[in-house]
Write a protein that binds this ligand. Structure first.
Ligand code: DHE
Length: 516
């Protein structure tokens, strides 16, 4: 990391002159050891706007003054004056003048495999390995491994700082991969209940996706503007793919999705009107027509000789799209436009936009779920800026119904074996509300308020769909287990700000009630 320092001259947009010099000196003296000389993170997280701006929680000055409970972040209120703390806070929010590089050498150097990891021949616990549910606890950066029948916590392991997005399981459900916003990817063995190792695949990353055959893990990066592909076996780097649009724009990758039916990864580009598809099939066409572009010619030719694995296709669209939902056959995706006013449907097979539908209120399509209703496959999506859920017929690509909720929500969940879907109200005064909605009538059958005043969000089902697990998304929070039919509470497990929960079976079988 040290070799990059020279390239990290800082923009002077927020701080100037003496104040900048003082903040820089304070950073070097008090912060650099843990957060890295270039603010890119070391034992502590990266301190750059891309990371800080997206993290919820107490504001920066307060964290510097008081420290962070249950972490190694100390309090500086007795060492630095309030003015110094304010200047330091501003300095940390100053953008880096140049994008950092983070190439194969850097990634490989960060690879840290656990020396005493011992694989097991069979699960070391007696429960059903397919009914394990992982709970990401963002309050103190841990994951709890729950037995889905007894709700016993089988293990609780440390993760990298600020995990985001769903962990991804190997197709046999034995291993899981977890990503942090700082680009760390951790591999964990569910059978032996041990960490296998971790690697830093990017400086600032969005999410990960597993290839259809379980061999490759793709990491979508904002910094640098690239896609990293890791071997799931040993976390070594298979490819770092610069993401450069047709017009030469280097683009961030908003998200990467696994498309098992297509044997590919699908990428949403943040800064270019393109969607990319990257083949994970060694027998894929070597290089797709029209992809070669002069900067990368050498690379594309090299890909051609690698029998098509990681060959890329570019789908040009009218404007950048974010946040994809896929039909179960992965022929179509629906993405949100930047303004959050409409959604666009793309046929991935012919590589063209085929429909557009008005969806004001910032749809959160990535949280969409689908089911059969009246002989049609419908999907439901929450909206981040309006208290409503939209129901879309995916045969005709029209919005057929709108359900009014108690406020804007973030996540939806259901299961093949349950008549209901569950929708949180993540934002606003009713953030403590969870709606349970009938999939046939679209009527809200129950509005729960399990802990008045506390945010409740995100639901996951057990393998058979008989129980629903709900997060009380607070530092001293809980996972509440409900009977999915009677809607009665069964038990409450204390957890540290539990966010997402992920059942092995529901994830590896791509349950229609779960986002992918
Ligand atoms: Fe997420 C999934 C993007 C903010 C918690 N979030 C995802 C995915 C994307 C995404 C693309 C799908 C990835 C996957 O699972 O493979 N999230 C974004 C944003 O663009 C947004 C709005 C702004 C940002 O900060 O990046 C955002 N997300 C948040 C939060 O503030 C949340 C609530 C708290 C947090 O931990 O940061 C949050 N996002 C989650 C969770 C999932 C997720 C828990 C996985 C859901 C699942 O069930 O799979």
């Amino acid at each position: 990391m040290i070799r990059h320092i020279a390239s990290f001259s800082l923009s002077l947009t927020l701080l100037a002159g003496a104040a900048l010099a003082d903040a820089t000196a304070d950073y070097a003296e008090h912060c650099a050891d843990c957060h890295g000389p270039a603010r890119l993170g070391a034992i502590g997280p990266a301190l750059i706007p891309q990371t800080l701006g997206r993290m919820r929680g107490p504001n920066l000055d307060k964290v510097i003054a008081d420290g962070r409970p249950a972490t190694q972040m100390p309090a500086f209120a007795d060492i630095l004056s309030p003015e110094q703390i304010a200047a330091l806070g501003e300095y940390l929010q100053t953008p880096l003048a140049e994008d950092p590089t983070w190439d194969i050498t850097d990634i490989d150097a960060s690879r840290d495999m656990v020396a005493d990891y011992q694989p097991a021949d069979a699960p070391v616990f007696s429960g059903d390995p397919m009914n394990i549910t992982l709970v990401v606890e963002t309050g103190d950066h841990h994951v709890s491994v729950l037995d889905g029948d007894t709700f016993e916590v089988l293990d609780r392991f440390a993760t990298p700082f600020a995990v985001h997005g769903g962990p991804k399981f190997s197709p046999d459900g034995r291993f899981v991969f977890i990503m942090s916003r700082d680009g760390w990817v951790e591999k964990y063995d569910i059978w032996s209940l041990q960490e296998v190792g971790r690697v830093r695949a990017g400086v600032n990353s969005r999410n990960i996706a597993m290839s259809h055959d379980g061999k490759w893990l793709a990491v979508a990066n904002y910094l640098p503007r690239s896609l990293t592909i890791l071997s799931t076996e040993d976390l070594s780097v298979a490819r770092v793919m610069p993401v450069v649009a047709k017009d030469g724009t280097k683009s961030r990758v908003s998200a990467v999705y696994q498309a098992p039916e297509r044997k590919s990864f699908i990428l949403a580009l943040k800064d270019a009107p393109e969607i990319w598809e990257v083949a994970t099939d060694p027998n894929a066409e070597p290089v797709y027509e029209g992809f070669i572009h002069s900067n990368e010619k050498g690379m594309v030719e090299a890909l051609a000789s690698s029998e098509g694995l990681f060959a890329r296709k570019r789908i040009e669209i009218a404007g950048p799209l974010d946040d994809f939902f896929f039909t179960p056959d992965y022929r179509f995706l629906i993405g949100a436009d930047r303004a959050g006013e409409k959604a666009v449907v793309v046929n991935l097979t012919v590589g063209r936009e085929i429909a557009e539908l008005p969806l004001p209120g910032m749809p959160h399509l990535g949280s969409g779920i689908s089911w059969m209703r009246g002989g049609h496959r419908v999907m439901a999506t929450p909206h981040l800026k309006e208290g409503k859920l939209s129901i879309i017929d995916t045969d005709t690509w029209t919005v057929t119904d709108t359900i009014t909720t108690d406020g804007p929500g973030f996540f939806l969940r259901s299961h093949e074996n349950t008549p209901y879907f569950w929708a949180d109200v993540f934002f606003g005064p009713n953030k403590d509300v969870m709606h349970v909605i009938d999939k046939a009538t679209l009527q809200i059958v129950r509005t729960m308020r399990p802990v008045p005043g506390a945010t409740v969000a995100h639901v996951e089902f057990t393998r058979d769909g008989s129980k629903a697990l709900v997060s009380v998304w607070e530092d001293d929070g809980a996972v509440i287990v409900y009977d999915a039919v009677t809607l009665e509470e069964i038990t409450r497990l204390p957890m540290k700000k539990p966010s997402g929960k992920y059942n092995v079976w529901n994830k590896i079988t791509f349950s229609e009630g779960t986002s992918h």
